[in-house]
Design a binder for this molecule. Structure first.
Ligand SMILES: [Zn+2]
Length: 238
């Protein structure tokens, strides 16, 4: 059987299988990484929402406290003003004037703080439903990915078996004098142990080959690239 197929043809077919196996393995390895990334998107979106909700709550508590202080300061102010009205002692009047000034300043500052907090709250509150939408979208995407990944995995698994089987049928066809070289480079570089040749150029390292090598490749004989060491073959569809 082996003497009926030229090495160049066998290696061309083998390379196709090795590339396909590599594609399947890479795809299968990528799936868990992609899944992890989708799960992280959900976690990140949930964390942003929790942090924003916490901040909103904190600011609302702070706003309430500040409003209570404002109310107390206003009551105090009324008290000082009343005492001033009722006071006939100039010393007491002056002392109360200081208190009024200090309290007035405090009231102004507290009003500013209330306004500031209200602005922050007004800006933060609408973000919550937006963030909830982002979480929902990330969760929907994750579910879709999980479903898709399941199908993709079983497709790749069966493709992998198919190509491995084909490779297992092709490798015994390699003439015995070339098997050692083939398996050695395959062990080191897998699908990179072979390269096609076009326009007298190795498709892997782009180095020009000799005319003699080209003739041998055209004859489907065993030829390796002098530059990269790959086993060379003529492209084809068989
Ligand atoms: Zn090369």
């Amino acid at each position: 059987m082996s003497d009926q197929v030229a090495p160049g043809v066998i290696f061309r077919r083998i390379h196709r299988e090795l590339n396909a196996i590599y594609f399947c393995v890479e795809g299968l390895e990528r799936l868990p990484r992609q899944l992890k990334a989708q799960q992280n998107r959900v976690l990140a979106a949930e964390k942003t929402k929790t942090d924003t909700a916490d901040l909103l709550k904190k600011n609302k508590v702070e706003q309430h406290k500040t409003e209570v202080s404002l109310k107390q300061l206003n009551t105090l102010m009324e008290k000082y003003l009343r005492q001033q009205d009722e006071s006939s002692d100039p010393k007491v009047f002056t002392a109360l004037s200081h208190e009024v000034a200090t309290t007035k300043k405090k009231i102004g500052d507290t009003e500013d703080k209330v306004l500031e907090l209200m602005t922050v709250i007004d800006e933060t509150a609408p973000k919550i439903p937006e963030l909830e939408k982002i979480i929902l979208k990330a969760k929907t995407d994750l579910l879709a990915f999980e479903k898709e990944a399941g199908t993709k995995k079983s497709d790749l698994d069966s493709l992998l078996v198919e190509h491995k089987n084909r490779l297992a049928q092709l490798e015994p066809l390699i003439p015995s004098e070339y098997t050692q070289g083939y398996f050695r480079t395959k062990k080191a570089t897998f699908q990179d142990c072979l390269a096609s040749v076009e326009d007298k150029t190795c498709n892997a390292c782009q180095v020009t080959i000799t005319t003699q090598m080209e003739n041998e490749i055209d004859d489907n004989r065993y030829v390796t690239c002098k530059s990269c060491g790959r086993i060379l073959y003529q492209p084809g569809t068989d």
